[in-house]
Unconditional design. Sequence first.
Length: 332
Amino acid sequence: MSVRSRVFLAPLSGITDVPFRRLVRSFGTQLVYSEMVASGELVRNDQESLQRAGADGLGLHAVQLAGREADAMRRAAEIVAGQGADLIDINMGCPAKKVVGGLSGSALMRDLDHALRLIQATVEGAGAVPVTLKMRLGWDRESVNADQLAVRAQGAGVQLVTVHGRTRDQFYTGSADWGAIAAVSRAVAIPVVANGDLQRRADLGGMLRASGAAAAMVGRAACGRPWFPSLVADALDPARMARGFADLVLDHYDAMLDFYGPQAGLRQARKHLGWYLDRFEASVGASAPADRTDLMRATDAGRVRAIVRDLMGAVRLSDVEPEFGQPARQAA
């Protein structure tokens, strides 16, 4: 596996599906992760889980697995490796209550012995496919142990670790502590990726310096802004930003309808439409409340297309990206 870029797209549950990953890749981002896939459901041949684990067909195929049982993690890794995954990531960072309540995600940072058993099982199931690990700093500020988990993961064969600079009890509140990630960078010889609060192009240099990380991962900042990881990495073709914003929004919308089917696709697309509308309003000007309501409640695809064209038809991507055309980031 060879990755030249230092900016990746994070796995985001309910967001980094095949249509969104394809769109982000189209701007030049090399490594994008699937949304989290529950290992137990995958081994039971759950169709939604198989869909989440599917390849987007445009580059390195990275699948993130979550679970609490070693056998399920081993078998799930075997499945995705057999389906052509180029990289398998283990989720030990998700803070969602339904995930940690099932003793998965960041709950595993409370039991490093069990976390290690899951890592070993995943590496075994993955075979020759590289395995990476994503975690938080710890469960809370009294139990920051990401460096300890990273050392154990490295010993078990994990080839890269990503650290979100918050503890689980912070969820997404406060600020990510990039400096705290440095303890992980010092503890292991494998590459470390920093994650959390990379919101502006200018953030990258400071994030990498403070964390000592080799690369950075963009998460929520890519919502409604699929070109952003490539912009941060200085890998964005300026000509791409001359494209019409409405064209991008509707291409993504139609791709979701094709992927999920008309009814499910319409529901799945609403959150993305909301983020695109937020981006439009923040950069160009507020839309009428009635237009937002109409767009978010529309049940007819033709009506959605008409509203988007009416609102955004004269706007280019460069108009909604305040950092486009600014000087390149400072070196880390």
